[in-house]
Design a protein around this ligand. Structure first.
Ligand code: CA
Length: 225
């Protein structure tokens, strides 16, 4: 999952980015509204953390323009604690949720997890695909109850596939949603990680759809690939 943080206070921006990277997300950052608007308008983020009080372009305008442009990723706004009117304006402009400053990082992380799984159509914090279970809260994957050991890159890839299980996901989509802006995007990397994941999962769970991409499904009952 790839996220964007738009926050003009450098310390807070850094803290948010660090916490999100630690939680396993690919993260891009912007320090003013214009840059944030541009990134959100041109890059495919799974969710955005958007401060409302921003230089160059305020957060409400950023959000309104995204929505007008049919950019429909979930947006979590950061509001000042005592400004209830900001929350109303933000939600009306198209925000999906808000956190009031000062906040506990855990709350931001929990609200983002909820937004990410709901936008992918999952209500529960644990997503099951056959014997595979992704605990989005603990960032853990189990197979028939046993823990699956994954590197952070493998986890990020599998988590994306699980959130979008049953749907064909192209290699380009994976690259765009698994790596931040500065990452050297070599498409072979995805194939390497898919290969590693396949060795850790039951046969046939990650299908290759020729020319289109990959699809995570329940393991085959008939043994075919
Ligand atoms: Ca601010």
């Amino acid at each position: 999952m790839r996220l964007l943080v738009v926050e003009d206070e450098p310390d807070l921006n850094r803290q948010l980015v660090e916490a999100l990277v630690d939680a396993g997300y690919a993260v891009d950052k912007a320090l003013d509204g214009e840059e944030g608007h541009f990134l959100g308008d041109t890059e495919p983020y799974d969710a955005v953390v958007l401060d409302l009080g921003l230089p160059r372009m305020d957060g409400i305008s950023v959000l309104e323009q995204w929505r007008r442009n049919h950019r429909d990723m979930p947006v979590l706004i950061l509001t000042a604690r005592d400004r209830w009117s900001d929350k109303v304006a933000g939600m009306d402009a198209g925000a999906d949720d808000y956190v009031a400053k000062p906040f506990h990082m855990e709350e931001v992380l929990a609200r983002l997890r909820a937004l990410l799984r709901r936008s992918a159509g999952h209500a529960s914090s644990e997503i099951e695909v056959g014997p595979l279970r992704l605990d989005t809260k603990a960032s853990r994957v189990t197979l028939d109850g046993g823990a699956v050991k994954l590197t952070s890159h493998e986890f990020r890839l599998l988590s994306y596939l699980v959130h979008h299980c049953g749907r064909v996901v192209s290699r380009t989509e994976l690259i765009e949603h698994l790596y931040d802006q500065d990452f050297d995007r070599d498409s072979n990397t995805v194939e390497v990680f898919i290969g590693r994941l396949r060795k850790k999962l039951p046969q046939g769970m990650i299908k290759t759809v020729r020319g289109l991409g990959y699809c995570l499904t329940e393991p085959d009952g008939d043994g075919s690939k």
